[in-house]
Design a protein around this ligand. Sequence first.
Ligand code: AMP
Length: 396
Amino acid sequence: MTFRSLDTADLAGKRALVRVDFNVPMDGGQITDDTRLRSALPTIHFLSGKGAKVVLLAHFDRPKGKRVPEMSLKPVAGPLSDLLEQPVAFADDCIGAAAQAVIDGLENGGVALLENIRFHAGEEKNDPAFAAELAKNGDLYVNDAFSAAHRAHASTEGLARLLPAYPGLAMRRELDMLDAALGTPVKPVLGIVGGAKVSTKLDLLNNLVARLDRLAIGGGMANTFLAAQGHPVGSSLCEHDLGDTAREIMAKAAASGCELLLPVDVVVAREVKPGVATRTLALDEVGDGDLILDAGPKTVERLLAAMDASKTLIWNGPLGVFEVPPFDIATVAAAKKAGALAEAGKITAVAGGGDTVSALNHAGVADQMTFVSTAGGAFLEWMEGKTLPGVKALEV
Ligand code: AMP
């Protein structure tokens, strides 16, 4: 994949239309987590520092093509201005006279935020006429919203066809890291896939077994594999109807030379409650009424050894019900090991997906990992081997 570089772009006095992800959690008009604003700062600073007029495009929530006052981006302008330490002008429409007036008023290096692009139905329809209206406000297009790149919308795809298109700094780093983890990784590569269900991660498992040297399967989805091998799983979360699918994935792994690491022991309880009594069992000891809620110590030991033997780790999904201690033990142990190896430069460790980010934060190691993607859907689609329209449109 080849992209244009902002480093060599002519930016002074140019209007840069920058797609960012400002879909922040909000409670009563107050932002409760400003991570997404912070991740856009390097690109905004860079462009502003080069004298560009920075025009920010973003969606917020799901107004479905209508103007919904509660879904305005206006409450974001103040906190963004505080983080940037410079004024942020707000336009109450992303196209037309309102947008143009605000952009015309920008000095070189100035920053404007335009109202929620999803107030227009043309955004999610990727309507060329709407994209053309957006394009009138820019001389170049920068996409810094990897998390929206799995959608072919006007502001993520259509615009890239109308203006010289560049990945922003955060997008670039995300693409570089994803490439280092799965595109052209240093081998051997270990994957960890956990979480609740096999059914939501079929494409992901199929893609990974064809590409990785080893794949550890944990969480509720491991139960489906154990059951498919004839092991008892008691009352655990398990998709019994996916036995054939699980066996196909195991056969595909064997044919592609990917070693599957399934649990060799499990931690069970009778209910999912903090501090409840647990038992560690060998696979065939799981009884009726038992709930498998975490991987056992032998499984963890084998996983940590696999990490020691790998140069690259790609991780999505917890190994147990990590939200309810003590069922966080396996996930935390694996996270700490990954963080320590990454910090010591022994492994490239990339992780992503909503629950994975919470699990790494819970283990206190998110900062030690080589890269943690907060992109959710886009990260998963990329792990599934799909082409992301918002990334493809940036390629030259
Ligand atoms: P996902 O969104 O598919 O990555 O699933 C994440 C969820 O899987 C978390 O909320 C975990 O609590 C849950 N999970 C992990 N292991 C198990 C398990 N053994 N039984 C039930 N749920 C689990």
